[in-house]
Design a protein around this ligand. Structure first.
Ligand code: GDD
Ligand code: MG
Length: 348
């Protein structure tokens, strides 16, 4: 099976650490290794080999250097001249993989997730592999613990082999719908990782998003290799519609299946999720990275890069200090940090 690592996101809710020039997948947020490196490391000991990484052209040296530090072989770094979201990115990787391998099963991974139990993850991957070999588009379902509106929701159906069919896939429902799904007990969150034969994904994309399929096919026909980098024609790819695999394929296909995943998964989408998943909270529930003095502070996340942070008499706060910016937020409002990033972009 061939891993395809999606490393083209922007991670704006983790500002000011995550920047356009250095998005979260390239940062060491949960261990000494970067999120991209953790993603690759997690595959060690499984039958997955030679990952293809697909990322924005602007990040090519970051990716090349982080792969080099890991040692081992990889299957090349596909460079997107512009981001067109995950459906085209996966299509490029699938079309590229078909040229060198004979219709491999692809294990599509996000480059920025935390999974605490690697063995549990690998066990789910080998189950998913069986369903993928049988022609399914396989998702990994997480039992939800809140009505999060940033996730896809999967309704499990009839049992097939080691997993189940998907009766319904709904990407990012509104809050009331998400709450209904969670209350019903019949829905899982989509983890954002997928497994399928390259040919099955491409056939479904061709059926549900024909224009996107045809542009990706032309783009890969134009590919050229430069060291480890695989480049495509920017003018062709610029015309590609922008959409995620979730909307473009998973909501529409009749071939979706699911295996449950219970392996300490988190998509580290915000500072509060880093606080939630941290194993090193002190007795007051604070997570401290770097140099900080806290007085009467509870359940907070403090991250100091260059300077000492002092906080007095506050609960549930996030303070993140970097060389050129300090961000202070209510821990329950950290989703809104992306609005700050949008304001900054508008000022530029
Ligand atoms: N190469 C490439 N190109 N990668 C991309 C692009 C792109 O244009 N856009 C996003 N990515 C990468 C991101 O870096 C991330 O690793 C992954 O693809 C998913 O993209 P997100 O933008 O983070 O998606 P999301 O969080 O809104 O939603 C997805 O993940 C959720 C779980 O975390 C969906 O699959 C949801 O259904 C799912 O619940
Ligand atoms: Mg995400």
């Amino acid at each position: 099976m061939k891993p395809v690592v999606l490393a083209g996101g922007s991670g704006s809710r983790l500002w000011p650490k995550s920047r356009a020039a250095l998005p979260k997948q390239f940062l060491a947020l949960t261990s000494e290794q970067t999120m991209l490196q953790e993603t690759l490391q997690r595959l060690d000991g499984s039958s997955a080999a030679n990952p293809i990484v697909i990322c924005n052209d602007a990040h090519r040296f970051l990716v090349a250097e982080q792969l080099r530090q890991m040692g081992g072989d990889h299957g090349g770094i596909i460079l997107e001249p512009v981001g067109r979201n995950t459906a085209p990115a996966i299509a490029l990787a699938a079309l590229h993989a078909m040229q060198t391998d004979d219709d491999p099963v692809l294990l599509v991974l996000a480059a920025d997730h935390l999974i605490k139990d690697s063995a549990g993850f690998q066990a789910a991957v080998s189950k998913a592999n069986e369903l993928a070999m049988d022609g399914n588009l396989v998702t990994f379902g997480i039992v939800p613990d809140q009505a999060h509106t940033g996730y896809g929701y999967i309704k499990g159906g009839e049992a097939i082999g080691v997993g189940m069919k998907v009766d319904e896939f709904v990407e990012k429902p509104d809050l009331a719908t998400a709450q209904q799904y969670v209350d019903s007990g019949n829905y899982f969150w989509n983890s954002g990782m997928f497994m399928f034969k390259a040919s099955v994904y491409l056939a479904e994309l061709k059926k549900h998003a024909p224009e996107m399929y045809s542009i990706c096919e032309q783009a890969i026909a134009s590919e050229s290799k430069d060291l480890d980098f695989i480049r495509i024609d920017p003018e062709i790819f610029a015309t590609c519609p922008d959409d995620s695999i979730d909307y473009a394929v998973m909501e529409k296909t009749a071939l979706a299946a699911m295996v449950p995943l219970d392996a300490g998964w988190s998509d580290v989408g915000s500072w509060s999720s880093l606080w939630e998943t941290a194993d090193n909270k002190d007795e007051k529930g604070n997570v401290i990275v770097g140099d900080a003095i806290l007085e009467g502070v509870n359940n907070s996340y403090i991250n100091a890069e260059e300077r000492l942070i002092a906080v007095v008499g506050l609960d549930d706060v996030v303070v993140v200090e970097t060389k050129d910016a300090v961000m202070v937020a209510n821990k329950n409002k950290v989703q809104d940090i992306k609005n700050v990033v949008n304001k900054l972009k508008a000022e530029q």
